[in-house]
Design a protein around this ligand. Sequence first.
Ligand code: AMP
Length: 204
Amino acid sequence: MSSQIPACLVVLGRQGSGKGTQSLLLCEKFGLVHVSTGDLLREAAESNSPLGLRVKLVMDSGELVSDDTMCEILAERVAQADVQTRGVLLDGFPRTVVQAERLADIVEQVHGVINLDVPIAEVTKRMLLRNRADDTEESIARRLALYEEQTEPLLSWYEDASIVKTVDGLGSEDEVFKRLATAVEEIFDASQVSLRVLLKQEKS
Ligand code: AMP
């Protein structure tokens, strides 16, 4: 059953686009709950449950967790009280068109989709600079190819629903954050999400 939550935003962006950091900052500013599916899955993988072990195998291989498993974990998280009262910013979900279709059943409305746009050459450079063990040139290229293949089609899927805002992700963290915050405000204005009113009511 779908639930009506105060706000549901989706942030899309290639690995290395700064999506994780910027998502956290946006949640802080707008009072939304940050739900990162990468974090949810890493948590699940740490538990030694059968599901956790399966998830760990898939994540280690660099592939995507199955849509069924992912949607079940996500639906459970969205049903929790914090998301229901404050609204959510989804970071890393949906990753496929099937997941986007399922999301439409999990929440009543997706208010906006932000596409944080950083070109492939730039994200590759940034990821190589991070110097993480799993960030070899080859594995970076594979993950980016997977993104183009699975997640890029989401943009046209959502663009049909005309709720996508593409934000230029080049520049300082501060500059990019200002652009993103403006995009979120425009989304809320357009969809008449009275999030700030809601927050004020909660405080008073
Ligand atoms: P991330 O931290 O977002 O890069 O996610 C790390 C890993 O978790 C990915 O490489 C996938 O294996 C898995 N993952 C995260 N989000 C999803 C999703 N929406 N669908 C399937 N797998 C996911």
